[in-house]
Design a protein around this ligand. Structure first.
Ligand SMILES: *Cc1c(COP(=O)(O)O)cnc(C)c1O
Length: 434
């Protein structure tokens, strides 16, 4: 399979190149040249397959040309060492719990898959230089990527995060690891971190000095594997007899997660329609209403992993539907919630159902509650474990959220990070010394 750039000004590349380069040289995002429909028999029997079997079938459609089948099998089974169950919240609303991985957020799926795919490629290369992964994080990406790559030989990871803008629990998940992981504390917001990373890829001098790649959801190996769990969610809902008119709602920030769901839909996944639920960062919501995409500075909210003012993967969604506002609005609707609405939703859901939402999942749940029509059943992504936002969740719900053991283990480590301004020259000088 070849990959093209959403800016259409760069040559087609192999999967290997797309994964190692991350971003195309024209600053576009890589897209698979074609998306094949999966056979009807697969969907007819999907409810009898395990998550791993389903994921392998989906992975084979994208990566089967470029990774041998034994290698791909190991990659998928090793990535998915945990489940992504669908849990009933109300009669017509189900939670797709994506937080059962090592760092308790959905990004574990993409990050673990990408780490293993990159290692698969690096091992078979003649270029023996270290591969340096740069990743900007608004919270959960950093921990998922750092843990996905921890101890992987031949790869060093730099995690850039906005100072004081990620939760203490999130921070300790990437600042306490050591080994091949370096945390960089940027005096700025998430968009500054993302800009530093993008600038680094564009800098010729830096790129001749070291091999750089990105592990943000701009990387095809990060975002595509997220399609796996949407197929699994469909299978589990079908087993319950609830998949006839399925609506999938994704709390969205950089739009990588919903983009994977849309790729699944292009492969034939029978989802009726999608909802992108936003916090106060409403650039996509406004695009749906007006047809104009106008990036904004990111606003800090309760659901901080969605504080993105210029979502990278918009370019992929726009490309996928031939730049047609009409096609996009036919399939996807939006929602935007203030912190106050998020709070009320968490309280209402907890009182009515006993289910504890995290602030991100709360946007998804609320959008389904408001927008589901007669006969439809909704699944929203619960993108992180509520304990990752313990201070907020406890304060809003007046409860004491238990901290799972694997999260508590991170909190015992010693924090180490490199301070950095938001100025690219300083970041470049730092990397040039490596
Ligand atoms: C990253 C993240 C999101 C947003 O996902 P995108 O793929 O960036 O749209 C939502 N919730 C949580 C908890 C996250 O970590």
């Amino acid at each position: 399979m070849q990959y093209y750039s959403t800016n259409h000004q760069a040559p087609l590349v192999s999967l290997r190149k797309a994964v190692v380069k991350g971003l195309a040289e024209d600053r576009g995002l890589y897209m698979p040249e074609h998306i094949d429909k999966l056979p009807k028999a697969f969907f007819d029997n999907i409810q009898d397959m395990t998550f791993q079997e389903i994921a392998y079938t989906v992975a084979d459609a994208f990566f089967g040309d470029d990774v041998d089948s034994d290698g791909l099998h190991d990659l998928v089974y090793d990535t998915l060492c945990f489940d992504c169950p669908v849990v009933r919240v109300t009669d017509n609303i189900y939670s797709l719990e994506l937080f059962h991985g090592p760092t308790l957020a959905f990004k574990d799926v993409g990050a673990r898959f990408m780490a293993r795919l990159l290692q698969y490629f690096v091992r078979s290369e003649s270029d023996r230089r270290m591969v340096n992964v740069l990743v900007a994080t608004s919270g959960d990406t950093g921990s998922a990527v750092a843990n996905g790559f921890l101890g992987v030989e031949g790869i060093h990871v730099y995690v850039l995060y906005p100072k004081g803008k990620v939760s203490p629990i999130q921070e300790c998940q990437f600042t306490t690891l050591g080994r091949n992981i370096t945390a960089i504390e940027v005096d700025g917001v998430f968009d500054d971190c993302q800009r530093l990373v993008k600038s680094a890829f564009m800098d010729e001098e830096l790129n001749s000095h070291m091999r750089l790649t990105s592990a943000n959801s701009i990387n095809v190996a990060r975002f595509l594997p997220q399609a796996f769990y949407y197929f699994n969610a469909y299978a589990r809902m079908k087993a319950l007899g609830l998949a006839e008119q399925l609506v999938v709602c994704v709390p969205s920030g950089n739009f990588g997660n919903i983009c994977a769901a849309l790729f699944g839909h292009e492969m034939g996944l029978p989802v009726k329609r999608f909802i992108a639920a936003n916090n106060a960062n409403d650039v996509f919501y406004n695009y749906l209403q007006t047809g104009r995409y106008e990036p904004q500075p990111s606003k800090q909210t309760l659901a901080n992993a969605m504080d993105v003012g210029d979502p990278s993967n918009f370019a992929r969604i726009y490309d996928l539907y031939g730049h047609s506002h009409e096609r996009i609005t036919q399939l996807i609707s939006g929602a935007t919630y203030t912190d106050e609405a998020i709070r009320q939703t968490m309280q209402q859901c907890h009182e009515a159902t006993g289910y504890v939402l995290d602030p991100h999942g709360a946007c998804g749940y609320r959008a389904l509650k408001e927008q589901l029509r007669q006969g439809e059943v909704g699944v929203f992504c619960e993108t992180a474990h509520p304990a990752k936002f313990k201070e907020k969740v406890d304060e809003i719900l007046h409860i004491d959220t238990p901290i799972p053991d694997r999260l508590a283990a991170f909190m015992k480590g010693e924090k180490q990070s490199v301070p950095m301004t938001a100025d690219f020259d300083q970041f470049k000088q730092y990397l040039m010394q490596k």
